[in-house]
Ligand binder design. Sequence first.
Ligand SMILES: *Cc1c(COP(=O)(O)O)cnc(C)c1O
Length: 387
Amino acid sequence: MNPITKAIRIQTERTKEMEHSSPLFLTSSFCYDNAEEMRAAFADETEANIYTRFSNPNVTEFIDKMVALEGAEAGFATASGMSAVFASFMTFLKSGDHLISCNAVFGSTVTVLNKYLPNYGIQVTYVPADKPEVWEAAIKPNTKMIYLETPTNPGLDIIDLAFVGALAKKHKLLFNVDNCFATPVCQNPIQFGADLVVHSATKWLDGQGRVLGGVVVGKKELIHELYLFCRSTGPALSPFNAWILSKSLETLDVRMERHAGNALQIAKALEGHEKISWLKYPFLPSHPQYAIAIQQMKNGGGLISFDLKGGLESGRNFLNQLKMLSLTANLGDTRSIASHPASTTHAKLSEADRQAVSITPGLIRISVGLEHIEDILADILQALEAC
Ligand SMILES: *Cc1c(COP(=O)(O)O)cnc(C)c1O
């Protein structure tokens, strides 16, 4: 079956009620008929569930769908995207190891890399998202992993996955990709050599702004290691959130097609606007890495970034003028969202650090929703008047 079909049809075994939609298994533990069954479950001789910190039918259903969508062998789901990212570091890195990370990664990931990993003797080197050709020079004898996001946040740079995949293979490094922005219906990093793929399910995977969740998928042996780390340290995804997320995945492909379709139309309509100095959308031929984007992505995704000529003040005016788009830190929702990184998510960085990750004072990021295209565009256009 096609992964899109699997994302709809994979289902935990029906109960005797023969329900059509999967039931919710809100239980912390599972029972056995006798001592022998219980022994076998604890000896890992069966697939039987033991305790929801280890596994749960709703969580397994969500994982199995993600594994199918990413073309992976196995997966483990976590309570948030950050717990997935953190588990992917802590399972595979130890004191004395070195990690290479793309410089434009999610804000909380930067905090983990800068503040917490050094406490465990793990060193980090940042490499520029727009110049993967210089990454090889950053590899040291103790380098263990390469980590990146593409498209990057919020600059929407595209990193050549095949290029980095080959680099990781040549130097026998674990290649770990946060695929949150693209989603698995648009881009599958494993095809390009990724060993691990992490997601914040909070964003496009749920796509309706309801729950937090995360997942890591990859090769069986690696995920088994990660499972052992997680089952002891406890970042388990709640069955309720997994039930929501599993349902969400049934519509992921159609949602992303519409998000990306709306985003492309809006990007085309805004490109060259008199108030905008530049606009980035991966599937516009003007994007600096357009050739790579069309190679590794099925569509350009749902995010657009543009820079207002008027800088910081214009950015704030733009937000104040919006009538429909939401002002919120999130992205990947049916509702369109506008954010101004320089005054919010990235306000604590120095100007130079912001520049290094393509965040200009007038940068606006739009997470394009599923409202009617004319309403989204009209709101953006009228807000631009005030800039
Ligand atoms: C939001 C996000 C995360 C963290 O996910 P949470 O579910 O908020 O913990 C990680 N990576 C990227 C790219 C994100 O956008």
